[in-house]
Design a protein around this ligand. Structure first.
Ligand code: NCD
Length: 299
């Protein structure tokens, strides 16, 4: 694996290796990336992904260069193409972390980049490092991935986190996925075809009644308002499928409630101190996973 642009590239064997490096770096952090430089190139807003990658690089002894608002602060503002920028940045950095608003861009650029590119989110496409940290969270909190049932609630249509996690779960056995959303926000066909091919059971519904109390994981994700075709759809959906204390209290014993964050209304703050709420642990697991990924690509 020279670049990471989509979750399908990750095999269970590679995932296991990355998880064990993450475990190792948690207990024995070491400065294995001294002398290496990571470029973080973000054309879309980010808090967790950019800062956790940058923190991960610093913690491993490496250096970071970059621009967090690349559309305005890089030569893109003068009209330079992303292709040209990637060719140039390959001279300055050993790895590029890229977030951009166009689907499949990281895959396309990996063909011309002289250094590894990691997709940190490509429009409504994929977010493979988020899926990896989500899977790591499930594994840490439940002690297994195989055989789990998960409800993906909110916006399966436009969420790149949902797409990448569904693709990743498709690699494990006996998984059941329930997509819960407004009919206008149903999961895209490519995901369903992939799940069919991998013999993963799934359902689609408008409500989590009959689902929320049976699954091992509830994965709530915010409505991706910035990708909606119109404001009307957002207004219609914004108050639906909210998770408050009463709803979270219906979850089965030992199950977990996740969110890639930002939550923006999906889960109410009154849920935060409930035992099932693990969404503020995910950013910590994300730091470990991104340290492991940087080590994987740079050593
Ligand atoms: C996600 C993203 O950017 O896709 N955020 C993140 O990286 N944790 C989810 C989102 O914005 O809803």
């Amino acid at each position: 694996m020279e670049h990471l642009f989509e979750a399908q590239q990750l095999t269970p064997k590679t995932i296991k290796q990355i998880f064990s490096v993450a475990d190792e770096l948690e207990t024995r952090p070491h400065r294995c990336l001294e002398g290496k430089i990571m470029a973080s190139l973000f054309y879309e807003p980010s808090t967790r992904t950019r800062l956790s990658f940058e923190s991960a690089m610093h913690r491993l002894g490496g250096d970071v260069i970059g621009t967090e608002n690349a559309g305005s602060f890089s030569a893109a503002a003068k009209g330079e193409s992303l292709e040209d920028a990637i060719k140039v940045i390959g001279n300055y950095a050993d790895i590029i972390i890229l977030r951009y608003f166009e689907k499949d861009i990281a895959k396309r650029l990996s063909a011309i980049s002289s250094v590894p590119i990691i997709n940190a989110g490509d429009g409504a496409g994929q977010h493979p490092t988020q899926a990896l940290l989500d899977l790591f969270t499930i594994n840490r909190e439940l002690g297994r991935v195989k055989g789990i049932s998960i409800a993906m609630v909110g916006d399966p249509k436009y969420s790149r986190s949902v797409r990448s996690l569904a693709y990743l779960l498709g690699k494990y056995r006996d998984i059941t996925i329930h997509f819960v959303s407004d009919p206008k926000l149903r999961v895209e066909k490519d995901i369903l075809e992939y799940l069919d091919r991998h013999k993963i059971a799934y359902t689609e519904s408008n409500t989590f009644d009959g689902i929320i109390d049976t699954v091992d994981v509830v994965y709530r994700n915010r409505l991706q308002k910035e990708r909606f075709p119109n404001e009307k759809l957002y207004e219609k959906c914004k108050n639906a499928l909210l998770i408050d204390r009463a709803i979270a209290g219906r979850m089965k014993e030992g199950s977990i409630l996740m969110d890639p964050l930002p939550r923006v209304g999906g889960i109410l703050p009154e849920v935060d101190d409930m035992p099932q709420a693990v969404y503020f642990k995910q950013p910590y697991y994300g730091l470990l996973i991104r340290m492991a990924l940087l080590k994987h690509f740079l050593t």
